[in-house]
Design a protein around this ligand. Structure first.
Ligand SMILES: [Zn+2]
Length: 127
């Protein structure tokens, strides 16, 4: 069976979760009414994605994603350590209009969006 090719973009440019490779849908255009208002979602693999429309606030997007990963418990999230308790991966060079990611290394340009993904490594069971 042949895969359907869309002329507008190549398969390799489809935005995918950096953890599992699962393509994800177009995020809603969030009007940044206030700082830290990021669209977040849960990938089927368990990673949390956060979308920064401008690519300039990834640090804030990251914090929100981490908090989201820990049930919006910011205190708990802050107690966790990157690389030990969770892993961070970035995806940038996102063209929202075309819903594709510009490949090939240094693609950073202003006006492009970016994503940050957080995946909790192993859930600590606390009783
Ligand atoms: Zn995933």
């Amino acid at each position: 069976m042949k895969s359907v090719l869309f002329p507008a973009y190549r398969e390799s440019e489809r935005p995918r979760c950096p953890f599992c490779g699962q393509p994800f849908g177009r995020p809603p255009e969030v009007d940044p009414k206030r700082e830290g208002d990021f669209y977040k979602w849960l990938c089927p693999c368990g990673a949390i994605g956060a979308y920064d429309t401008t690519g300039h606030n990834l640090g804030d997007a990251l914090m929100e994603a981490i908090a989201f990963a820990y049930d919006d418990d910011l205190e708990k999230a802050l107690a966790m350590e990157p690389d030990k308790d969770y892993e961070i991966r970035y995806l940038d060079g996102y063209r929202a209009g075309e819903h594709r990611v510009l490949g090939g290394g240094k693609t950073y340009k202003s006006g492009l969006g970016a994503f940050v993904f957080v995946k909790v490594k192993a859930l600590r069971v606390i009783h």
